[in-house]
Design a protein around this ligand. Structure first.
Ligand code: PEP
Length: 250
C-alpha cells in the first residue's frame, strides 16, 4: 500500500498578513519541486481565507481547531466546520496537545470535534501523544490507545478511512528534542496496529504523521521509517526554506 506523504505546517498563533503572504510566496516557489508530496498549511483562523486564496489550491489549507457543535449558533468565539470549509479548508487539526493541555480538549471533546469534522467532509488530523512523565512511567502505549479509542468508540473505524493521525510526543513539541526514528516507528507501528485490529485495509491506507521538533536535518531519517507518512511541523513551518527542506525529505 503506498501512501502519499503529507507535510503539514501548524502555524499556531503566529503570523500576520504580510508575513503570511511572504511565507506562502516562498512555499509556492517550491511546490513544483515537491510535486509528489501533499503540502498543507494551518494558519490562524482569521487568515485562512487570504492564505487559501493565495495558495490557489497548490498548497492545501486547514484549520487548527473547530467547534464540536453540530450546528452554528450562540457559541461565542467558536468556529464551525462549515465556516472552515467555506474559506477553503480541507483539513482540520483535532486534539493538538496544546488544545488538550490549555483549553480543556479532553478525549471526549476531541472525539466530538473529529465527528464534527467528518460529518462536514473535512479531513481531521487527530493528534495523539504522551507526556514525558507518561513515557517515563512506561505508559506511552496506554495513552495512545486511550486517545485513539475515545475517537474510535464515538466514530467507528470506518471514519478513519478519511482521516490522518499525527503522533506528537508532547515532550518533543517545541522543545528541540525529537523522538528517535526508532521511538517514532515504534509508536506509529502501535497506532497502525490498533487500527488494524479493527480493519486492516483502513489501517494500511491511513497516513500517520510524526510531529515534534522536526527539522530539515532530522526529517530524512524520520520520514524513512516504514510507518511514518510525513510530518506535522510547528516552528520549522514558519520559514519557507526550512519547510520546503522538510517537504523535500518526504
Ligand atoms: C506542533 O506544534 O504540532 C509541533 C510539532 O511543533 P514543533 O515542530 O515546533 O515541535
Amino acid at each position: 500500500m503506498s501512501r502519499q506523504y503529507l507535510v503539514a505546517g501548524n502555524w499556531k498563533m503566529n503570523g500576520g498578513r504580510a508575513a503570511n503572504a511572504e511565507l506562502i510566496t516562498g512555499i509556492l516557489a517550491g511546490v513544483a519541486a515537491n510535486a509528489s508530496v501533499e503540502i498543507l498549511v494551518c494558519p490562524p483562523s482569521v487568515y485562512i481565507d487570504a492564505v487559501a486564496q493565495q495558495a490557489a489550491g497548490k498548497i492545501k489549507v486547514g484549520g487548527q481547531n473547530l467547534s464540536e457543535q453540530e450546528k452554528p449558533g450562540a457559541f461565542t468565539g467558536e468556529i464551525h466546520g462549515t465556516m472552515l470549509k467555506e474559506v477553503g479548508c480541507q483539513y482540520v487539526l483535532v486534539g493538538h496537545s496544546e488544545r488538550r493541555a490549555f483549553y480543556g480538549d479532553a478525549d471526549d471533546v476531541v472525539a466530538g470535534k473529529f465527528k464534527a469534522a467528518q460529518s462536514l467532509g473535512l479531513t481531521p488530523i487527530l493528534c495523539v501523544g504522551e507526556t514525558l512523565q507518561e513515557r517515563e512511567a512506561g505508559q506511552t502505549e496506554a495513552v495512545l490507545a486511550r486517545q485513539l479509542n475515545a475517537v474510535l468508540d464515538l466514530n467507528g473505524i470506518d471514519s478513519f478511512a478519511n482521516s490522518v493521525v499525527a503522533y506528537e510526543p508532547v515532550w518533543a513539541i517545541g522543545t528541540g528534542k525529537t523522538a528517535s526514528p526508532q521511538q517514532a516507528q515504534d509508536a506509529h507501528a502501535f497506532i497502525r496496529g490498533q487500527l488494524a485490529a479493527k480493519n486492516a485495509k483502513i489501517s494500511n491506507s491511513t497516513r500517520l504523521l510524526y510531529g515534534g521538533s522536526v527539522k530539515a536535518d532530522n526529517a530524512v531519517e524520520l520520514f524513512s521509517c516504514p510507518d511514518v507518512d510525513g510530518g506535522l511541523i510547528g516552528g520549522a513551518s514558519l520559514k519557507a526554506a526550512d519547510f520546503l527542506a522538510i517537504c523535500a525529505a518526504a
